[in-house]
Design a protein around this ligand. Structure first.
Ligand code: TTP
Ligand code: CA
Length: 392
């Protein structure tokens, strides 16, 4: 049953991250002002500080000497990236239990698009709550979450709810929540834009929302239109995952350059089988298929196709590879190397753990084939046309 909700974006951000790791690992620091960045007599700056130090006015990027003047009783600690990196990995692993659609923003901050997970977990609120609990129990850290129907409002919700927040901004309350906030809360409004807006008599987001668009455009150009949309709670940017950076591939250099189509197709068939199998084994599916051809004169060309949906099917990979090879035509004649790769990958493991989700990008026959090969060894069963290329 589809859940009728448009609250599908969660923004997560750990509270006072580096300082919180220090307080977690040394309980005598709990409840005390902790400043991470180095010794107070060094020339460095504050990386971050605990909330206990913030009441004295200490902030990130402030010279350490100034921080000492503001809060002489604070405990000053060096930066220990190894431990923070470890904590960050632990927290991102927790996010990945709830959705594969994660956009990391920094070491301690990410957007999660939970559209596909709502029917499994119930609601974004429930997911945010489960994330907070898991982060506290397993990583010993406090994470603030913000929930809304777009990225701008989800992040704003986190910022407004900090520390230990779990704020929701619903569509019907968005303009009201926004109206009294200063324009500096709008994504992309820095000091320069603030000054321009101030000269126009615009100080709050509410002021900006009722300013006629042509006047905003006159003073701020295209950016003015973007800010106006944000002021009305509109933000169409998607959660951008980093899945496209990953890829896997196979290639072969022939002993002698070839121009036999059947032989090239057979290589692509074998690569499709192997890559499909590797995808299925690692619980990944791919959306982009690329063939690479190096001709006898070393000229190399790549041809890619992005599919309508994700796949882990060797058959689909093979069909796409053939389509790309045919598109290439005769090219520059004899071929020295041919390769096949898949990219734009995502994990289906998170969703597959729940029996509600069935991975439909793999056919039943491929599942059976995998099971037999898993049990009796690689290549026990392969498609008939692969026989001449069977790996010894
Ligand atoms: P932030 O998320 O900006 O800050 P924070 O986690 O310390 O506090 P909160 O989110 O509750 O306001 O940054 C995350 C970490 O990045 C922070 O713990 C230390 C590091 N950092 C720096 O090293 N230098 C900086 O100028 C900032 C802003 C952060
Ligand atoms: Ca943070």
């Amino acid at each position: 049953m589809a859940i009728q909700t448009d609250l599908n974006i969660i923004h997560c951000d750990l509270d006072a991250f580096y300082a919180a790791v220090e307080q977690r690992d040394n309980p005598s620091l709990k409840g005390r002002p902790v400043i991470v960045g180095g010794r107070p007599d060094s020339r460095g700056v504050v990386a971050t500080c605990s909330y206990e130090a913030r009441v004295y006015g200490v902030k990130s990027a402030m010279p350490l000497a100034e921080a000492r003047r503001l809060c002489p009783e604070a405990v000053f600690l060096p930066v220990d990236m190894k431990r923070y990196g470890e904590a960050s990995r632990q927290v991102f692993e927790i996010f990945s239990r709830f959705t594969p659609d994660i956009e990391p923003l920094s070491i301690d901050e990410a957007f999660l698009d939970v559209t596909g997970s709502l029917s499994i977990f119930g609601s974004a609120e429930k997911i945010a709550w489960d994330i907070k609990k898991a982060v506290l129990n397993e990583a010993g850290l406090i994470i603030s979450t913000g929930i809304s129907y777009n990225k701008f409002l989800a992040k704003l919700a986190t910022d407004l709810g900090k520390p230990d927040g779990m704020k929701i901004i619903r569509r019907e309350e968005a303009t009201h929540v926004l109206s009294l906030l200063p324009v500096s809360r709008l994504w992309g409004v820095g000091t320069k834009t603030q000054q321009i807006l101030k000269r126009m008599g615009i100080e709050t987001i509410g002021d900006l929302a009722v300013t006629p668009p042509d006047i905003l455009e006159k003073h701020l150009g295209q950016a003015g239109m973007f800010f106006r949309e944000l002021a009305h709670g509109i933000d169409n940017r998607k959660v951008e995952t980093d899945r496209e950076v990953k890829s896997m591939g196979r290639e072969i250099t022939f002993d002698e350059d070839i121009d036999d189509r059947h032989q090239l197709e057979a290589c692509l068939l074998q690569f499709s089988y192997l890559l499909g199998r590797r995808l299925r084994r690692t619980k990944l599916e791919a959306r982009t298929v690329t063939i690479k051809v190096r001709y006898h004169d070393f000229k190399t060309v790549n041809r890619s196709k992005t599919l309508d949906g994700y796949t882990a099917s060797s058959t689909v990979l093979y069909e796409t590879a053939l389509f790309l090879l045919r598109k290439l035509g005769k090219g520059r004649g004899r071929i020295r190397l041919i390769g096949l790769s898949v990219s734009n990958l995502r994990s289906f493991e998170v969703l597959e753990q729940f029996s509600l989700f069935k991975n439909e990008s793999v056919s039943r026959s491929e599942e059976l084939l995998d099971q037999i090969n898993d049990r009796f060894g690689e290549n026990t069963i392969i498609t008939a046309n692969l026989l001449p290329y069977r790996e010894k």
